[in-house]
Every structure is written in structure tokens, then in C-alpha cells.
Design a protein around this ligand. Structure first.
Ligand SMILES: [Ca+2]
Ligand SMILES: [Ca+2]
Length: 120
């Protein structure tokens, strides 16, 4: 699924595409994503304004644990994902139209997140 499809799916669950708010959230997400083996979209993008990363609610993000050398905006990458480094779960920006198999929708606690999958 693309970033937009992931976001829409979460909205259909009455939820939103989750994004880690701190290192602790990152560790919990890593657990949900099979110890980081499952590459997943996270709810952060700079679609509206290049270089300004916002969550899916349109709020500016302050917690932005990028992987080394990221975000590089290569060929205009505007959406964040987890999985470039399965150990640290640091972020990378990538093409919003790429197909990823996983996304995590937020619930009351990130540990209760709904993991949605789409395999082709
Ligand atoms: Ca960008
Ligand atoms: Ca990138």
C-alpha cells in the first residue's frame, strides 16, 4: 500500500496512521513490526512544505529520529517509513507512492496499535 492508502485505511478504522513520539514508542513499534523486519509507513510527511515534517493531523513534529544522512529528499521523497535499520528503527523519507506491506494505526496506546497488512 502507498502512504495515502495506509492513511485512508487507518481513517477507516476511526484511527490515524501512527507515528512514534519518543524512543520508547519506537521500541514498541519495533515489537509490533516483527522486531523491525516489517517495513512500515509512519504518519509523518513533508508533502505540504518541503523540509517541514508534520504528523497526519497536520501538527509540526519535534521528535524526528532520522537515520544517518536522512531525510535526503531524493527525487522528492515526502513520506516517512520505518525499516531502513531494523535495530534502531530510525526514520527515512521515501517516495509516498512506494508499496509497503505494513502500517500501524494508532489506538489509545501504541502497544495496542492495529497493524494492517497488504500483500500483493
Ligand atoms: Ca521531502
Ligand atoms: Ca530518503
Amino acid at each position: 500500500m502507498t502512504f495515502t492508502q495506509a492513511r485512508t485505511k487507518c481513517n477507516q478504522y476511526g484511527s490515524y496512521l501512527s507515528y512514534p513520539r519518543n524512543d520508547d514508542d519506537g521500541i514498541k513499534l519495533r515489537g509490533l513490526l516483527n522486531e523491525g523486519r516489517h517495513a512500515s509507513w509512519i504518519g509523518a510527511d513533508d508533502i505540504e512544505k518541503e523540509g517541514t515534517w508534520r504528523n497526519v493531523k497536520g501538527e509540526d513534529l519535534t521528535y524526528l529520529p532520522w537515520s544517518a544522512g536522512q531525510p535526503d529528499n531524493m527525487r522528492n521523497q515526502d513520506c516517512a517509513w520505518l525499516g531502513i535499520n531494523r535495530n534502531t528503527m530510525k526514520w527515512d523519507d521515501r517516495d509516498c507512492g512506494n508499496q509497503l506491506n505494513y502500517a500501524v494505526c494508532h489506538k489509545s496506546k501504541i502497544t495496542e496499535g492495529i497493524k494492517i497488512t497488504s500483500r500483493k
